[in-house]
Design a protein around this ligand. Structure first.
Ligand code: ATP
Ligand code: MG
Length: 566
C-alpha cells in the first residue's frame, strides 16, 4: 500500500468515527424512530422578526436544517411574528437573506405564525370550553403580586371561577375590540401552587391595539409566546422543536398546551445550549444597543457577529457551517473562543482564495542596475498551493514598493529581510541585494537602493539560497485603495462590560489604512471577492462600499493565530 492510500484509509475511518458519535438530539430522534413515536422528522427555525440574525442563530438554523437533511425530513422556515410592537418587514427580509446565504433551504413556502391567528384563537376557545382557560381582570401588577415566589405558592385570581359561558363571551369581546389594552387577559387555568412558576395560571392572550406588519388591524388580541409557540409547532406537524436552554422551565407549559388543546401527534421540545463567544457581543438585544448607540455603523458593521456583519467582513457560509459543526450541540452551557471562527475562515480560504500582493505601509526601492524605464510582465501563480486557480501577470519595473517593516537599517540577529549588504528574494521576481538607502529630513527611510541579479528571474537560483522572501508592487503600476483593519470592538483586557453595564469599547477596533498600494490586478476585483494579500492576511472587497476599479478592502482575518484545533 502506498502512502497516499494509507492516508485515505485513515481519513475514511475518522469520518466514520465522527458519524458514530451522534449528539444528544440525534440520539433522541433515533430512539423516537426506533420506538415508532414518529415516522418522519420535521424541524423548524422560528425567528422573531425583531432584529437581525447573529452567529448564535446560525447554530440554530444549521442544527434544525442539518437534522432535517440527515433524516430525510422537512425543515420549516417560520416567522414567529406574534409581537407586532417590535417587529418589522425590514427584519424579516434580512432574516430571509441571511438564512439563504448560510445555505439552509427550507421546504415549501415561508410560514408565518400570524397566518395561524384564527386557528390560535380557536385553540384558546377550545381551552375555555374545556374549563382550562379563563378571562382575568386583574391588572398586570396584581397578576405579578398574586403569582407568589419560588418559595411561596401563588394566590388564585378572584376571576378564576368564571363560568365557561362568561369566559367565552368576554374573550370574544376582547377580540372584538370592546376593551382597552391591559383591561383583561386570557389565562390558562393550571395550578397557582405549582413549584414551576410558569405553570401558575400563565397569561396566554393579551389585548394590544397594534397594527401588525402582515395582518394589519384585523386583530387586537395577540397570543403570548408560551401559547403561540407550541401551537405553531403542532399545526405544522413539527416532531422535534429544538430551542435553547432558557426555555427548559417552559417545557411543562408547552406540553400542557399541546395536550389540552388536543393534538394527535404532539411535538416534543428539546433544549440545547446557546452559542456564546468569549468577549464578543452576541444576543440581539445587545447588538441592537451597539447599533442604536452609534458605536457601530449599522447592523452589518463588519465588527459585529450579526450574520450580515460577518458576511460583509468577508466570512464565507462554509466557514460558519464548519464553525457550527466544530462547536457541536450540547446541553452544557459554555463559551467558545472567537479565534475558532477565524480558524474556520482561514481554512476555507487557504486554497480557495487567490493570493495577490499588497503593500500596506509602503517604502520605495530603486533597483539601480535595472534598465532605465524598463518594465516586464511576470507570470505568477494565483495560489501556490492550488494550481487550479491559474496564473496572472504582474508588472515589474525599476522602482517598486515594499513594506516599511521589511527593511531595517540596523537589524537584530535573525532578521532575514532587507538590510544593507543583505540579499532577499522579491516574491516571484528576482533576488535583490541592498546597496544603500536615503533618509528624509525627519530621519525616516525614504528610498532604499538595491541591485538585482537577472539570472534569478522568477525568484529562483540554483547557485545560492536566500533566507528572506518579501512582497512588493511596481511603483509605476501601483493602484491605491483604502484598507480597513479590524479588531474586536470589545476591549478584551477589560472584558465585555464595566461595572455599570456599559460596553468596554476598544478604541482601535477600526483602523483605516489610506496609503496601501496594490498590483494592478485589483482593478479587476468585484465587490465581495476574497483574497489573501500575501503575508498580510485575508481580505474582502467590501460589498457595500466597493465598486469595480474602486475597491475598499476589509481584513477578514490575519494569517497567523495561536489557536490550535485539538
Ligand atoms: P437573542 O437571544 O439573541 O435575543 P432570540 O432568542 O430572541 O435571540 P429568536 O428570533 O427568538 O431570537 O430566535 C430564533 C431561534 O434562534 C430560537 O430558536 C432561539 O432559541 C435560537 N437562538 C437565539 N440565540 C441563539 C444562540 N446564541 N445560540 C443558539 N441558538 C440561538
Ligand atoms: Mg426569542
Amino acid at each position: 500500500m502506498d502512502k497516499e492510500n494509507t492516508a485515505d484509509t485513515l481519513n475514511d475511518n475518522s469520518v466514520a468515527e465522527v458519524k458514530e458519535s451522534k449528539n444528544f438530539i440525534e440520539q433522541i430522534i433515533d430512539n423516537d424512530l426506533e420506538q415508532g413515536k414518529v415516522s418522519s422528522i420535521v424541524t423548524r427555525f422560528p425567528p422573531e422578526p425583531n432584529g437581525y440574525l447573529h452567529i448564535g442563530h446560525a447554530k440554530s438554523i444549521l442544527l434544525n436544517y442539518g437534522i432535517a437533511q440527515e433524516y430525510g425530513g422537512r425543515f420549516n422556515m417560520r416567522f414567529d411574528d406574534t409581537n407586532p410592537g417590535k417587529e418589522k418587514e425590514e427584519f424579516a427580509n434580512s432574516i430571509i437573506e441571511d438564512v439563504k446565504w448560510l445555505g439552509a433551504k427550507w421546504d415549501g413556502d415561508i410560514l408565518y405564525a400570524s397566518d395561524y391567528f384564527e386557528k390560535m384563537y380557536e385553540a384558546a376557545v377550545t381551552l375555555i370550553k374545556k374549563g382550562k382557560a379563563f378571562v382575568c381582570d386583574l391588572t398586570a401588577d396584581e397578576i405579578r403580586e398574586y403569582r407568589g415566589t419560588l418559595t411561596e405558592p401563588g394566590k388564585e385570581s378572584p376571576y378564576r371561577n368564571r363560568s365557561i359561558e362568561e369566559n367565552l363571551k368576554l374573550f370574544e369581546e376582547m377580540k372584538n375590540g370592546v376593551y382597552e389594552d391591559g383591561a383583561r387577559v386570557l389565562r390558562a387555568k393550571i395550578d397557582m401552587a405549582a413549584p414551576n412558576i410558569n405553570m401558575r395560571d400563565p397569561v396566554i392572550y393579551r389585548i394590544a391595539h397594534l397594527s401588525h406588519h402582515r395582518t394589519g388591524d384585523k386583530w387586537c388580541i395577540y397570543p403570548m409566546y408560551d401559547l403561540a409557540h407550541p401551537l405553531e409547532d403542532a399545526f405544522e406537524g413539527i416532531t422535534h422543536s429544538l430551542c435553547t436552554l432558557e426555555f427548559e422551565d417552559h417545557r411543562p407549559l408547552y406540553d400542557w398546551v399541546v395536550e389540552n388543546v388536543g393534538f394527535e401527534h404532539p411535538p416534543q421540545q428539546i433544549e440545547f445550549a446557546k452559542l456564546y463567544l468569549k468577549n464578543v457581543v452576541t444576543g440581539k438585544r445587545y447588538i441592537k444597543k451597539l447599533v442604536e448607540d452609534g458605536i457601530v455603523d449599522g447592523w452589518n458593521d463588519p465588527r459585529l457577529v450579526s450574520i450580515s456583519g460577518l458576511r460583509r467582513r468577508g466570512y464565507t457560509p462554509e466557514s460558519i457551517r464548519k464553525f457550527v459543526e466544530l462547536v457541536g450541540v450540547t446541553k452544557a452551557q459554555g463559551e467558545v473562543e472567537f479565534p475558532m471562527l477565524e480558524y474556520c475562515v482561514r481554512e476555507d480560504l487557504k486554497l480557495s482564495a487567490k493570493r495577490i500582493m499588497a503593500v500596506l505601509d509602503p517604502v520605495k526601492v530603486v533597483i539601480d542596475n535595472y534598465p532605465e524605464g524598463g518594465t516586464e510582465m511576470l507570470t505568477v501563480p494565483n495560489n501556490t498551493e492550488n494550481p487550479e486557480l491559474g496564473e496572472r501577470s504582474v508588472p515589474f519595473s525599476k522602482e517598486i514598493y515594499i513594506e516599511r517593516e521589511d527593511f531595517m537599517e540596523d537589524p537584530p540577529k535573525k532578521y532575514f529581510r532587507l538590510f544593507p549588504g543583505n540579499e532577499v528574494r522579491l516574491m516571484n521576481a528576482y533576488f535583490v541585494k541592498c546597496t544603500g538607502f536615503e533618509k528624509d529630513e525627519s530621519g525616516n527611510i525614504s528610498v532604499i537602493h538595491c541591485e538585482y541579479d537577472p539570472a534569478t528571474r522568477g525568484g529562483n537560483s540554483t547557485e545560492r539560497k536566500v533566507k528572506g522572501t518579501i512582497h512588493w508592487v511596481s511603483a509605476q503600476h501601483a493602484v491605491k485603495a483604502p484598507v480597513r483593519l479590524y479588531e474586536n470592538i470589545v476591549d478584551e483586557e477589560k472584558g465585555v462590560y464595566d461595572e455599570e453595564g456599559n460596553l468596554n469599547v476598544n478604541p482601535n477596533s477600526l483602523q483605516i489604512v489610506e496609503n496601501a498600494l496594490f498590483e494592478p490586478y485589483v482593478n479587476e476585483i468585484q465587490p465581495g471577492e476574497r483574497f489573501q494579500f500575501v503575508r498580510n492576511g485575508y481580505f474582502v472587497s467590501d460589498i457595500q462600499d466597493s465598486k469595480l476599479k474602486e475597491p475598499v478592502f476589509n481584513r477578514i482575518v490575519s494569517l497567523k493565530s495561536s489557536f490550535k484545533l485539538n
